[in-house]
Design a protein around this ligand. Structure first.
Ligand code: HEC
Length: 487
């Protein structure tokens, strides 16, 4: 079996990753006891080198988890095994393994998955940082699958979106397990699709509008069916969503099949305009094509019209609403207090994650000028910098998988006022940046290794709220106030 593993991996192409995996695969195979499921031997011979012997991950991601990057349904996993994920360095197995072998493999992965739900990880009760000792509380640890965003309506009520397509209330720090029904269809079965961010109308108390970004596909669950990120608004009455209006819906001709990287972050600025991101949907060159919506940041009014003062004339269905382009997958957006600048995080491939100041009409370089190296080790662009392309405030290689950002406001953390908090997915890190104008002058890691951080928000109470996957939780961080012994 060991030599089969090497031959098959070698077929995959002479990438550094495949070589390393073939070596790892060789040492993982000898002395394997009789397999209880036929898929186990196939797994160990072909997959263990990259995904780890116990499916816990090695050079490639774990296969025992709730937070699947490319789809968690049987259909999606089967598709990913058969066709591979070329943009991510995952080989295609459809020609190397027979139908029965692929089925056995899938049964083995799903059986292992259900036998080992992802372990709950401890959150340190007290987290020491430069300026504060933080109290960490897990507010919600049940009822969510892949929570994505949090938005407070008032100090007691927050909405929580879950990539599985559900929207929930959190009331006084506890999840209301009854989901809000009546949302339009969300494609949560295809690849990385689902329900993404939530935003509230600046006039919410008066008009009740709630904004959502979601993945839409013509045939949900079928990766080959064309789809694109949509932005909608509606009102919520108890557990009922109604009055749906579509604010951004790409024409049929612009929908794309087999896509990853939907964007889906929302932000209202102080002027009352709504920003939203659409990722490159695995079509990197579209990010430079102003007639396509993917790989862009948009700015619209709350009614869905191009915002006043947008940089491009409305020459097609896209450009009027366009704000900035050359972006791979913006996962974080925040407006800086004081300067009013819009900051954003952009996912690179295997490297080249960026923190950018997003300005109207500017090109952020993907894929013509990036610090990133693609998943198969190939260089994406010859030069990381280029005339006419904005430079990031910071960039990271290897990529932490940068996610949500928020500036610290409120009264709870006076030492950190105006600092920028940033979460990350794969490195499971919460960063704090001390920002002076448009530069970062100091930084600190506040939390690492608890879970994938999807959203970061300063709540109405000034506390730091985190939305995490693996484990699927809502966490609150506040300054720890010791209880002094009474005299
Ligand atoms: C050469 C290394 C390599 C080998 C061998 C390999 N994979 Fe992968 N696989 C990857 C990479 C890289 C990814 C993309 C995710 C990441 O960056 O880790 C991936 C992703 C996946 C995903 C999607 C995971 C998700 O989060 O959605 C599945 C499912 C998967 N692989 C299954 C398999 C199976 C089953 C085998 C064996 C037949 C296999 N892989 C063999 C490298 C490999």
């Amino acid at each position: 079996m060991a030599s089969t593993a090497i031959n098959r991996s070698a077929l995959v192409g002479a990438t550094i990753m495949a070589l390393a995996c073939a070596l790892a695969g060789k040492s993982a195979t000898p002395g394997v006891p009789a397999a209880p499921l036929p898929g186990r031997a196939i797994y160990e011979a072909n997959c263990a080198g990259c995904h780890g012997r116990d499916l816990q991950g090695a050079s490639a991601t774990a296969l025992v988890k709730s937070d699947w990057s490319y789809g968690r349904t049987r259909f999606a996993i089967s598709n990913n095994i058969r066709n591979g994920i070329p943009s991510a360095g995952m080989p295609a197995w459809g020609k190397l393994l027979g139908e029965q072998e692929q089925k056995d493999l899938l049964d083995y992965i799903l059986a292992t998955q259900s036998a080992h739900p992802s372990p709950a990880r401890p959150l340190p009760p007290i987290i020491a940082t430069k300026d504060y000792r933080l109290k960490g509380e897990i507010l919600v640890d049940k009822g969510l699958t892949i929570p994505w965003g949090i938005e407070f309506i008032d100090p007691r009520h927050a909405l929580i979106s879950d990539r599985s397509g559900q929207l929930f209330w959190m009331i006084d720090g506890a999840l209301d397990p009854t989901p809000i029904t009546g949302l339009p269809p969300v494609d949560h079965a295809t690849s990385t699709g689902g329900l993404f961010d939530i935003a509230l109308d600046p006039e919410y108390p008066r008009n009740g509008w709630v904004y959502l970004a979601l993945a839409h596909s013509e045939t949900p669950g079928d990766a080959s069916s064309p789809g694109m990120t949509r932005v909608i608004r509606g009102r919520i009455d108890g557990h009922q969503w109604h009055d749906t209006e579509y604010l951004f819906r790409a024409t049929d001709a612009l929908q794309l099949p087999n896509s990853h990287g939907w964007g889906g972050r929302l932000l209202f600025d102080k002027a009352g305009d709504l920003y939203f991101s659409i990722g490159d949907m695995s079509r990197m060159h579209d990010a430079q094509d102003l007639s396509r919506p993917n790989g862009k940041l948009f700015r619209i009014t709350s009614n869905g019209h191009p915002a006043h003062g947008n940089p491009f004339p409305a020459t097609n269905s896209i450009t009027g609403a366009l704000f900035a382009y050359g972006l791979r997958n913006v996962q974080g957006l925040a407006q800086q207090p004081g300067t009013g600048a819009i900051w954003g995080t952009d996912h690179g491939p295997h490297g080249g994650d960026e923190l950018d100041i997003l300005q109207p009409g500017r090109n952020y370089g993907w894929p013509i000028a990036t610090y990133g190296v693609d998943y198969d080790g190939s260089i994406v662009s010859e030069a990381p910098e280029r005339k006419g392309v904005e430079r990031p405030v910071r960039h990271w290689t290897p990529a932490p998988a940068v996610s949500a950002i928020d500036f610290v406001t409120g009264a709870l953390f006076p030492e950190w006022r105006g600092n920028l908090l940033m979460g990350s997915l794969s490195h499971e890190t919460l960063f704090r940046f001390v920002v002076d104008g448009s530069s970062i002058i100091d930084e600190e890691i506040l939390l690492k290794g608890y879970g994938r951080i999807r959203d970061v928000k300063i709540g109405p109470d000034g506390a730091i709220y985190l939305v995490t996957n693996n484990p699927a939780t809502i966490v609150r961080l506040t300054p720890f106030v010791p209880i002094l012994p009474s005299r």
